[in-house]
Design a binder for this molecule. Structure first.
Ligand code: GCU
Length: 692
């Protein structure tokens, strides 16, 4: 099992039910696994660990197909091993996308084999984890016929970890797990992290923050303070990076890097980073070639440019396409590519409008090695946002979707806010990019250079994620990237059973908590009808984003004496007009605008009546309180598990819940007082303090 200082998450590999043991043992006690690539080492190691835990014994590995047993497991490429190629058409397998796999029960020379085969080595690892998951979930494996292809070609974690300093921007689970001081020495934790990611189908990791200039803050240790993320492009650090890559590679995962747009100046001593300058172009080309000499399967670059103080092509009066293409060209002939973030502000007063303004007009101008990575919503990972207009607006560009696994605005490492239903909503959203029926998930799955990136959540904390229940977001992220058609409830059920076991009471209770958590989070953080961005920013170098402070953000809330909300219709800031019809129409009209987004698109009078007869302000009061009540119920549900869930995890989560209830009450009270002071309309139920 894992090192005892941190949790096994969903790879607990607890003993299976006695009633199922014989059936699993019959099929999994003997294995014949190819020896080719490093990935096969990971396959064997995982089988040993998983089957020993679940079946009591590791499998017996054979050099040749064993004749003395009736059933065995075979893992390898389609043409490589007779039990496979004589029973499965290799062309069927080679035709699959990379990372796919086939798991099939076949008859071979009078014996029954469970075959795992795949078009590439990584697929064998993903297939092995799939089989182990079935056992952990207690599913039958005696007649399998599974062909699984990932919907998204790239399924990447974006760490916002500051190397050297080992802090994590928007990380709520302790220090960064990546220890650049010690690399190239590796740690067991890298292997275990790679196992967790691979088990849910992730195939890329960016280990450093998009803000490559950090540390910007002084620290007691100047040697550390002087070193920042952009320096990872130095040769010495690239060699360390290869060491990380060698761990992740075994699990089918490629390593990427966040890079600084001014690297030709900072590292290359050039006078400019202008993308039109031939020396700059050559510098990037040489750097990328150098990386591939060291890391032959390097995944590519992630770039935050012209955003929140980061340098970029605007510094030279160039567009983002011109800026990105110089990097894209450097990847010609190499396997990787450039992920160029669309998180860019512009002059427009309404931030929602800005990314589209910067990117839509350059659709079709990006190099084929560039993917434009768009946050799910137009603001910034709020509790609920409408889907970014850019997904429907750039048909000629490879697009990636950026989701946030860490809970910057959803209660950080404390509130167990489950993001899977939020992501589902975004991925299912119909963009009408190619007429009705073009949901975001299809836009992303359409081409090879596309996919989904998630802002990482793990740190050195024993729970990995700051709150044991938040492991569900990492699990769900990977599962959804692989297959966005999965239902939220199925993902939850898988995660809970593998993490906490099959006790019905536990499964029901934990599932209920997770399923109620997102709506509760929206309600007490926003009042539930489209407001957002009401958090405390503060003077801290890294803004707090946790406590309530609606007064800090008048332009996001639009609260006046007469009403609240921001007019983002076609007549207002124009954000709604960036969608394709009929979405624009739907949001423009207050009658058809979905209630949950009403105040995002409309400024409405405080006493404007909603469909159910309640006024806007009363609805805000009621929802804030409903959110708090829901959190109290979630806590009570968790408390019903005392003595049933192991003590360590029970206590940790219970303490998080105490803070969660406190914080939800605080948000509710702060927002309600704010709404009252602005509207001067008291709560019909007398819950809002009305005296100063
Ligand atoms: C948010 C977040 C920052 C982050 C930025 C980004 O603004 O608060 O910490 O750097 O998003 O996505 O680049």
């Amino acid at each position: 099992m894992f090192d005892t200082t941190y949790d096994d998450c969903w790879l607990q590999y607890e003993p299976v039910d006695d009633a199922d043991l014989a059936a699993y043992r019959e099929r999994l006690s003997h294995a014949y696994v190819s020896e080719g690539a490093p990935e096969l080492g990971a396959v064997r190691a995982e089988l040993q660990l998983g089957l020993e835990g679940m079946l009591g014994d590791e499998p017996h590995f054979w050099q040749h197909p064993p004749r003395s047993v009736e059933n065995f497991l075979v893992i390898g490429h389609p043409e490589e091993m007779r039990p496979i190629h004589q029973t499965i058409d290799p062309d069927e397998v080679w035709a699959l996308e990379d990372d796919s796999y086939v798991i099939r029960t076949v008859e071979w020379e009078g014996q029954e084999c469970t075959v795992i085969t795949a078009p590439n080595d990584a697929g064998l690892v993903y297939g092995t984890f799939d089989l182990l998951r079935r056992v952990a979930l207690g599913e039958p494996i005696d007649d399998l016929d599974i062909v699984s292809e990932p919907a998204n070609n790239s399924r990447i974690i974006n760490h916002w970890d500051n190397p050297f300093r080992r802090s994590v921007e928007r990380g709520y689970a302790g220090q960064s797990i990546f220890d650049w001081e010690r690399l190239p020495d590796t740690r067991q934790r890298y292997f275990d992290y790679a196992r967790l990611l691979s088990s849910v189908g992730i195939n890329g990791v960016v280990p450093n923050n998009v803000n490559t200039g950090i540390p910007d803050r002084p620290t007691a240790n100047d040697a550390v303070a002087e070193r920042a993320g952009w320096q990872l492009l130095e040769r010495e650090n690239l060699e360390k990076l290869e060491s990380l890559a060698s761990v992740f590679r075994r699990y089918g995962i490629q390593i990427y890097l966040s890079v600084n747009y001014a690297a030709p100046i900072r590292l290359g001593d050039l006078e400019t980073a202008d993308p039109h300058d031939p020396e700059v172009q050559q510098w990037w080309q040489d750097k990328v070639d150098e990386i591939y000499e060291i890391i032959p399967d390097f995944g590519g670059f992630l770039v935050k440019a012209d955003s929140e103080g980061q340098p970029g092509p605007y510094d030279y009066d160039r567009s983002h396409a011109e800026g990105a293409n110089v990097l894209g060209e450097a990847f010609e002939g190499h396997s990787g590519r450039v992920w160029w973030r669309a998180f860019v502000y512009s002059e427009h007063d309404d931030r929602a409008v800005q990314a589209y303004e910067a990117f839509e007009h350059i659709d079709g101008e990006f190099h084929e090695k560039v993917t434009v990575q768009i946050k799910n919503g137009p603001i910034d990972f709020q509790q609920r946002e409408p889907v970014s207009t850019l997904f429907g607006a750039m048909p000629e560009t490879d697009l990636g979707c950026e989701l946030q696994i860490t809970g910057e605005y959803t209660g950080q490492g404390v509130h167990p806010t489950y993001h899977v239903p939020m992501w589902k909503e975004a991925l299912e959203f119909d963009t009408y990019a190619d007429g009705e029926g073009t949901p975001v998930k299809d836009v992303l799955a359409e081409r090879d250079g596309q996919g989904i990136a998630g802002v990482g959540i793990v740190g050195e904390d024993p729970s990995w994620t700051g709150n044991y229940l938040l492991q569900s977001n990492l699990y769900g992220f990977g599962r959804l990237c692989w297959n966005p058609d999965l239902e939220t409830e199925d993902i939850t059920d898988e995660w809970v059973r593998q993490t906490f076991g099959h006790d019905d009471g536990v499964v029901d209770a934990v599932s209920e908590i997770l399923h109620d958590s997102w709506q509760a989070c929206i309600d007490y953080h926003t009042g539930g009808i489209g407001l957002m961005h009401m958090m405390y920013n503060g003077e801290e170098a890294l803004e707090n984003h946790y406590d309530p402070a609606p007064w800090e953000w008048p332009e996001y809330i639009g609260a006046t004496e007469d009403g609240i909300g921001v007019d983002r219709t076609s007549e207002g800031s124009g954000y709604a007009a960036q969608y394709r019809d009929p979405i624009t129409e739907r949001y423009d009209d207050v009658e058809s605008c979905p209630k949950e987004l009403l105040l995002f698109f409309h400024h409405l009078e405080w006493d404007h009546e909603l469909e159910d007869g309640r006024t806007v302000v009363q609805t805000l009061y009621d929802n804030c309180h409903a959110g708090v009540n829901a959190v109290r119920e979630m806590r009570a549900t968790w408390e019903s598990l005392e003595g049933i869930v192991d003590d360590r995890r029970y206590r940790h989560v219970a303490q998080r819940f105490d803070e969660h209830v406190f914080q939800a009450e605080r948000w509710c009270e702060t927002l309600c007082v704010y709404f009252y002071e602005k509207s001067e309309i008291p709560d019909a139920h007398g819950r809002v303090p009305t005296s100063e």
